[in-house]
Ligand binder design. Structure first.
Ligand code: ZN
Length: 259
């Protein structure tokens, strides 16, 4: 890879990560992405104040509140650019690189919103699912084999069933807890968003990598749960964003298998 290519990929990585960060802070408050508002005082944010680089000179909002934390944005930009460089170095074709980067952007967006707000939006899931489906069709029918859509959808369906089983198990566990302890009905064990995410992850990984991704996801979730559990300000029955762990494991599996 030449220096010029590295610079172009670096700039794309920074721009994509900044955009993902921006969308992830505006989408949960139902704001228009093109008409962003401050999460604190709800005043419109000027375009010059949207990205971290511009905030070296301007504050995020005149009220002093930082809607997009610049530390998180910079961290996201660094990680995203490194991942893009690894993928650019290892994938075979430009088409594969573009679809992988698109998928990575969508997955990062879902993971970030889930980590911050414990919610997975249908709009983000549908977009990711569609891109995953199209990328699989291009990937499998491009070279020499012809794969039908059922073969692509089947791992997604199985992954959906596995997550649905966990979802129902979670509901039963919650019922059991409520019958024995005095706890509120508002706690969630696993949301339907996680179940639908399972479908998308199954399509992305395919048969060969599905179980690796699921197992790694459960393992990462265990580490996250432990870290939350050992925190000083831990509250019993806190919600753990399972979707974020699943996405993290999917991204790791994609990178390892494209090297
Ligand atoms: Zn404000």
């Amino acid at each position: 890879m030449s220096i010029g290519q590295i610079i172009i990929i670096g700039c794309c990585g920074i721009f994509l990560a900044a955009t993902i960060n921006h969308i992830s802070t505006q989408l949960p408050s139902c704001n228009y992405i093109t008409y962003p508002k401050c999460s604190n005082c709800l005043k419109p944010l000027k375009p010059t104040r949207l990205f971290a680089i511009s905030r070296l000179y301007f504050r995020n909002c005149i009220c002093g509140y930082e809607t997009n934390l610049w530390t998180i944005e910079v961290l996201l930009e660094v990680v995203f650019t490194i991942v893009m460089l690894i993928l650019a170095y290892s994938v075979q074709s430009h088409t594969q690189l573009i679809t992988l980067i698109l998928l990575l952007s969508c997955l990062t967006l879902i993971a970030k919103i889930d980590a911050q707000h414990k919610i997975i939006f249908n709009s983000t899931l549908h977009t990711t699912g569609l891109i995953a489906l199209l990328s699989k069709l291009v990937e499998t029918n491009g070279a020499n084999s012809s794969v039908d859509i059922i073969t692509i959808l089947l791992p997604g369906f199985i992954s959906y069933i596995i997550m649905l089983t966990l979802f129902i198990g979670g509901k039963l566990y919650k019922k059991l807890l409520m019958s024995k302890h005095d706890i509120q009905d508002t706690i969630t064990v696993l949301g339907m968003g996680d179940v639908k995410l399972g479908l998308v992850i199954g399509i992305i990984t395919g048969w060969s990598l599905l179980f690796q991704a699921l197992l790694l996801g459960i393992f990462i979730n265990g580490i996250v749960a432990l870290s939350i559990f050992t925190r000083k300000n831990y509250k019993p029955y806190s919600t753990i964003p399972f979707g974020t762990s699943m996405i993290l494991s999917t991204i790791i599996i994609i990178i390892i298998n494209n090297r």
